[in-house]
Design a protein around this ligand. Sequence first.
Ligand code: SIN
Length: 284
Amino acid sequence: MTLTINRLGGALGAEVIGLDLTREPANEDMDRVHQAWLDHGVLVMRDQQITAEQQLTFARRFGTAAPHHLNPNRHPDHPEILVVSNERRKDGGGTRGSGQHWHSDYSYLEGRSSASILRALQIPSVGGDTMFANTYRAHDALSETMRGILSPLTITYDYSLVYQRYYKGRTDRVQLTDELRAKAPPSEHPIIEAHPETGRNVIFFDPTYANAIVGMEEAEYTAIFRFLTDHLTRPEFIYRHHWKPYDMVMWDNRCTIHCAVSDYDDAERRHLNRVTVTNSHAAH
Ligand code: SIN
């Protein structure tokens, strides 16, 4: 197979042409995909009319496919797949309204994640895009003085905050029991860190789950959080993906943040399958 990689945005994003995942890709193709993912942060692989197993097989070439800790949101046959859907489920489970604020998948976990691989099955006739921001560029655009201020700082993250901030009073969400909360205990991460594969510095900040900065008063960390949110989401750091059915988009959670845009008619179905990978390794 001969792959072509075309850039899609000035800040990040590229498409991979020529990848047929109905067959097992050759190691050299997977190496190219792996390198393109590191280079561009977001990869778009169009028209992937593949099975859930084939999506999982592809994801496992990059690391361990980790089931989401909220069991009711998992795919019924493949627990490693998170169903991202605006479906109003009768059992009160599901992911309606998830991902609509800037975040990085599993930022709140100690081990975090490398890749997320999201494949569209049903997409509204208009809207429902996903925006991605490049956090290398955000780091590189900081003044030396600001880097000096942020470098020693560590943020605490807490999954349960998303329930207080965005899901308060919602009955169409999985209720966060003590047992589920215990599966994602609070964690800490430095604000500036080196990407483990490229060695380049990023700002690591997830506004959805960030709780506080260690050793700071609330007024202090609130001001820094506001600055970081505005800075990371500057228009020149963003690629916006306009979905078509069977698009499969793979992004790097260590150097991007993303956000689903909820501007579509909720009577239409938006339904995607996501696999999130931890312990990244070379693709073969
Ligand atoms: C996600 O946050 O992982 C899903 C993004 C989307 O629904 O577009």
